[in-house]
Design a binder for this molecule. Structure first.
Ligand SMILES: [Zn+2]
Length: 114
């Protein structure tokens, strides 16, 4: 699937600014964010899909666009990009993830957005 232009622009900007351009240029799209679309699971703000151990795409819930929640989109983008930056094997929101998010917060990545 092709990236949404707005989401791709934010992803590129953040990759350059906060990840030294080291993250892969994966598609970033609007779409279904329930982990198991056929079940009754609640949809989440966004998720990163992995195939084997590689991040394949980031999907954002369309309601964020509908409600114009752009600060939340940006905070959530950083969250998902921290998943992209870390090996798939690590606990999704474990210590390595918390440390990486904290680093970004300390460097000002969330300033004015949260
Ligand atoms: Zn997460």
């Amino acid at each position: 699937m092709r990236s949404d232009p707005t989401l791709r622009r934010i992803y590129r900007e953040y990759n350059r600014k906060w990840f030294n351009g080291a993250l892969p240029a994966i598609p970033v799209v609007w779409g279904e964010t329930r982990r198991f679309p056929r079940s009754e699971g609640k949809s989440t703000l966004a998720l990163t899909n992995f195939e084997a151990n590689s991040p394949m795409q980031i999907v954002f819930a369309p309601r964020l666009r509908k409600n114009k929640e752009w600060n939340l989109v940006r905070c959530t983008m950083l969250h998902e990009m921290c998943h992209v930056a870390l090996p798939y094997k690590v606990a999704p929101h474990g210590r390595a993830f918390q440390n990486l998010m904290r680093d970004h917060a300390m460097r000002g990545a969330f300033d004015g957005r949260w």
